[in-house]
Design a protein around this ligand. Structure first.
Ligand SMILES: Cc1ncc(COP(=O)(O)O)c(C=O)c1O
Length: 379
């Protein structure tokens, strides 16, 4: 089945009791049993809920994976993955990643005796150099947030396999429309469903997709034991969003290209970060592992001054200044003070993240209006 057909049909089925074509919102905490232990597969909604089950199946199908697990937030999904580790274990992560992931790793799990190495993963020799006999997890985000570096998933998988470590890919920026990491050797794919997958900036949720049955069992245990599960209404919203994922992503990519090219040609723009450019340092890997280049773009104005970036952000009319990304509407952000403020300034600079960097989530509006907004804001 092709991707667009799967986005609409895979994992879901008409409601067995009424024939409702859309998965109902099973707004219930518990399920009546005929006799103790004799039930219809549902006992308590933290453990299982029919709306969540269909979402989990749909998510697994889109990533060509076997099992999906849904969480109340993307952070709860990441938290569940890190719970697989023991004190003394080590993690290698990209040094250019979502600030919230960095905060969870360094401010929470480091205190539990887990060690994190942050390296520029677009250079795989840096990953290999950080491997020790305690390396248990390799954490990839690609393209990275917010510098749009592209990490070679197949090469990271080879390093992980040699080290006996699990490879996780945070696929939030790409979605399975653009890349399917399990097919490139990843053990787990992780999402903030809040973004492109739900797609309408109206819900916060996360997910993990895996193939391995034992890994699925371990993650399911923590999903239930720790309880970071989503409610059925949110699952319904993501299920609805997934049905248009392919159409939205196609337009995000088309608009992304137009915006990136406009910015690159603008005399007041110093640098544009977008993996679709042939001169992007990781373009060849992006072209190999991605089906298109997405709608996330970062740029720096000439002079590299934070005050100019702030003035530009204040002038946007359509690119609303807000946290998050991946919704139908265009958003702008200032990573240094917003999404990435939890990364210390020195670490940000080391990763090449300037305090004047502007990040855009290009929406699916008419591209001409977006270019006009950029023109008036940049001046
Ligand atoms: C790449 C990435 N991963 C994970 C997260 C965390 O997800 P959530 O905000 O749904 O908890 C985000 C949120 O911005 C993100 O951008």
């Amino acid at each position: 089945m092709k991707f667009g057909t799967k986005a609409i049909h895979a994992g879901v089925h008409p409601d067995p009791t009424t024939g409702a074509i859309m998965t109902p919102i099973y707004q219930t905490s518990t399920y009546v049993q005929r006799s103790p232990g004799d039930h219809k597969g549902f006992e308590y909604s933290r453990t299982h809920n029919p709306t969540r089950s269909q979402l989990q199946d749909a998510l697994a199908a889109l990533d060509n994976g076997k099992h999906g697990l849904a969480f109340a937030t993307g952070m709860a999904a990441i938290d569940c993955i890190v719970k697989l580790l023991q004190p003394g274990d080590e993690v290698i992560s990209t040094n250019d990643l979502y600030g919230g992931s960095y905060r969870l790793f360094t401010k929470v799990y480091q205190n539990y005796g887990i060690k994190f190495h942050f390296v520029p993963m677009h250079d795989m020799t840096a990953v290999e150099a950080a491997v020790t006999e305690r390396t248990k997890l390799i954490w990839v985000e690609t393209p990275t947030n917010p510098l749009l570096n592209v990490i070679d998933i197949a090469a990271a998988s080879a390093v992980a396999k040699k080290a006996g470590a699990l490879l996780v890919v945070d696929n939030t920026f790409s979605t399975p429309y653009l890349q399917t990491p399990l097919e490139l050797g990843a053990d787990m794919v992780m999402y903030s469903l809040t973004k492109y997958m739900a797609g309408h900036s109206d819900t916060v949720m996360g997910a993990v997709i895996v193939n391995d049955d034992e890994l699925h069992q371990r993650l399911s245990f923590y999903q239930n034991a720790c309880g970071g599960t989503p409610g059925p209404q949110d699952c319904f919203l993501v299920l609805r969003g997934l049905k248009t994922l392919h159409v939205r992503m196609q337009r995000h990519c088309e608009n992304g290209r137009k915006v990136a090219e406009f910015l690159k040609a603008h005399p007041k723009v110093e640098k544009v970060y977008w993996p679709g450019f042939e001169d992007h340092p990781n373009h060849a890997i992006a072209a190999k592992q991605m089906r298109d280049f997405g709608g996330m773009i970062s740029f720096v104005l000439k002079g590299d001054r934070q005050a100019d970036a702030v003035a530009c952000l204040e002038k946007f009319q359509l690119f609303s200044l807000a946290e998050s990304l991946g919704g139908v509407e265009s958003l702008s952000g200032h990573p240094a003070t917003m999404t990435h403020a939890s990364i210390p300034a020195e670490e940000r600079r080391k990763a090449g993240l300037s305090d004047s960097l502007i990040r855009l989530s290009v929406g699916i509006e008419d591209a001409d209006d977006l270019l006009e907004d950029l023109q008036q804001a940049i001046g």
